[in-house]
Design a protein around this ligand. Structure first.
Ligand SMILES: Cc1cc2nc3c(=O)[nH]c(=O)nc-3n(C[C@H](O)[C@H](O)[C@H](O)COP(=O)(O)O)c2cc1C
Length: 170
């Protein structure tokens, strides 16, 4: 079976997105890494931040076959810790000693788990992920989205969650 890890970012750990990703992770028996709990500083052209948590975390994440990216939609985009994490992937493409790490992303499957207050995943949010996955040579495996206009209504999403889990299980 393919190994999977979830990377999570939100302004609150147990909010709508946190509940959704935990539900999925419980069933899949996978780890959820809360990016806000890591010390990862924004992208730096001079790479003076190489001793923070990004490189060890990335090294760990690269040990998995599949990566779930989980974030609420905040202004058509991801939560800040997710944006910082994705920006830092640029380190892998720029630093000669990390180029091999960057290549290890190729062929991995990436999924999205997200919430918003819209009836479907806002297109700019989805496209930013899909374009990024494509650029990095990752396969896009699918998206699980919950409309949380009235909060996360867990029961409403059980069917979608089961379908999503089946996709991740392959
Ligand atoms: C700062 C902020 C920006 C938001 N921007 C959007 C948006 O652009 N589109 C949308 O549908 N929902 C937007 N929302 C609503 C959230 O996506 C929604 O409430 C989500 O379920 C919150 O997840 P959380 O509990 O993990 O923070 C926004 C919420 C916040 C706090």
């Amino acid at each position: 079976m393919l190994s999977t890890i979830a990377l999570f970012a939100s302004a609150r750990r147990s909010g709508n997105t946190g509940q959704l990703v935990d539900r999925i992770a419980d069933e899949l028996q996978i780890e959820v890494v809360d990016l806000a709990q890591k010390s990862i500083s924004p992208f730096d052209y001079e790479h003076k931040n190489r001793s923070d948590d990004f490189e060890p975390l990335m090294d760990y994440v690269l040990g998995f076959d599949q990566i779930i990216f989980s974030s609420p939609v905040y202004w058509y985009a991801v939560a800040p810790p997710m944006k910082i994490f994705i920006d830092r992937i640029s380190d892998l493409l720029e630093l000669p000693d990390l180029l091999n790490q960057g290549r290890r992303l190729r062929g991995k499957t990436a999924y999205i788990v997200c919430t918003s207050i819209y009836h479907e995943t806002p297109v700019p949010f989805l496209d930013a992920f899909r374009e990024t996955f494509g650029y990095l040579g990752m396969e896009y495996g699918g998206c699980m989205h919950a409309n949380c206009v009235d909060g996360y209504a867990a029961a409403e999403y059980e069917e979608d969650i089961k379908n999503f889990i089946n996709r991740v299980r392959g």
